[in-house]
Write a protein that binds this ligand. Structure first.
Ligand code: NAD
Ligand code: UDP
Ligand code: UDP
Length: 323
């Protein structure tokens, strides 16, 4: 039977109650699609979806992707996985299970339905890289047994599963390697550097630099990232990825702290703590593939994105203080 609305799809977003997933859902609903959000609320929160309460095209299901899921959808975005080191190291076995069993279940679902499936992979597959900036061809330098391994190796194994389901079962896959992303709805206490620095600055507390702060990261504003997701999902079927999505602007953690202090007008001092084990020294995406295959590149500079994120946290901290 022909579909009633040919261009309206029913789209599953796992991890949709999280930071990036909730922005993706806003975008998909804005395009007129139906969205089923599946999330076990481990790090995500229904607050990120509160504004969708009355939208008849939105549905929420509390479910853990490490268990099978039988639903009917046209496309799948698989984002379920804790993303900040504090969260993913809290229960490392659950983190690996989420990436690996979660990928198997969502790929099994995609295979049964003949649905296209997107995987939120990560720049962490490059580990502490010896090649800089990182192109997709680089195989990475990952410690298989360290405290970050549950996340890095879980995501690497998920990529293996995606490519094997593609080769073995013909599943249409879209694998994005996401570099550090920030913006409104990051969890205020998840320990990531952008949220930590902004919250510390707004509260007039010292800014915690791990190590000497010379390590670098490249920060992508969430709206740019979501645009990249959609373009990848809608790309020709031979574009499987993996494809880097991130902002090539590269900053040291001291530079980031100085920007946050300047923009908040905070009087915070910098305090130096030990560098966590296996913390990558540098990270910057080579995005030539995304430019060529998706005609995509980030538009929001760090300064502009930080201003929006600071405004969000300013408001959020007031809400938290008011109880
Ligand atoms: P987040 O923690 O805000 O969101 C992750 C969501 O997944 C949460 O809502 C959480 O409750 C849910 N989840 C976790 N385990 C689950 C399970 N077993 N079953 C169902 N739901 C589960 O993190 P985020 O920053 O929004 O990241 C989203 C995705 O993007 C993750 O897969 C992450 O690895 C990937 N990623 C993020 C970044 C970044 O900088 N934010 C960088 C690289 C990759
Ligand atoms: N699966 C699921 N939903 C589906 C189809 C499959 O959750 O609609 C899960 C199921 O747990 C299965 C896994 O995906 O074990 C892998 O599916 P696949 O068909 O590849 O393998 P098999 O069923 O043979 O284990
Ligand atoms: N970092 C820091 N202070 C903090 C939190 C993080 O200096 O309060 C550092 C951390 O050691 C790393 C970088 O900032 O070098 C990015 O950390 P984050 O946890 O945001 O992401 P990831 O390490 O996964 O890239």
């Amino acid at each position: 039977m022909p579909r009633l609305y040919e261009s309206r799809k029913r789209i599953l977003v796992t991890g949709g109650a999280g930071f990036i997933g909730s922005h993706l859902i806003d975008r998909l609903l804005g395009q007129g699609h139906e969205v089923l959000c599946v999330d076990n609320l481990f790090t995500g929160t229904k607050r990120n979806l509160d504004h969708l309460h009355d939208n008849p095209r939105f549905e929420f299901m509390r479910h853990d992707v490490t268990f099978p899921l039988y639903v009917e959808v046209d496309e799948i975005y698989n984002l379920a996985c804790p993303a900040s080191p504090v969260h993913y190291q809290h229960d490392p076995v659950a983190t690996t299970k989420t990436s690996v069993h979660g990928a198997i279940n969502m790929l099994g679902l995609a295979k049964r339905l003949g649905a296209k499936i997107f995987q939120a992979s990560t720049s962490e597959v490059y580990g502490d890289p010896h090649v800089h900036p990182q192109p997709e061809e680089y195989w990475g330098n990952v410690n298989p047994i360290g405290p970050r391994s549950c996340y890095d190796e879980g995501k690497r194994c998920a990529e293996t599963l995606f490519f094997d389901y593609h080769r073995q079962h013909g599943v249409e896959i879209k694998v994005a390697r996401i570099f550090n992303t920030y913006g409104p709805r990051m969890h205020h206490a998840d320990g990531r550097v952008v949220s930590n620095f902004i919250v510390q600055a707004l509260q007039g507390e010292p800014i915690t630099i791990y190590g000497d702060g010379s390590q670098t990261r490249s920060f992508c504003y969430v709206d740019d990232l979501v645009e990249g997701f959609i373009r990848l999902m809608e790309s020709e079927s031979d574009v499987t990825g993996p494809i880097n999505l991130g902002n090539p602007g590269e900053f040291t953690m001291v530079e980031l702290a100085e920007k946050v202090i300047a923009k908040t007008g905070a009087r915070s001092e910098l305090v130096f703590h030990d560098l966590p084990a296996d913390d990558p020294k540098q990270r910057k995406p080579d995005i030539s593939k995304a430019q060529e295959k998706l005609d995509w590149e980030p538009k929001v500079a760090l300064d502009a994105g930080l201003e929006k994120t600071i405004a969000y946290f300013d408001n959020r901290l007031k809400e938290l203080a008011a109880g």
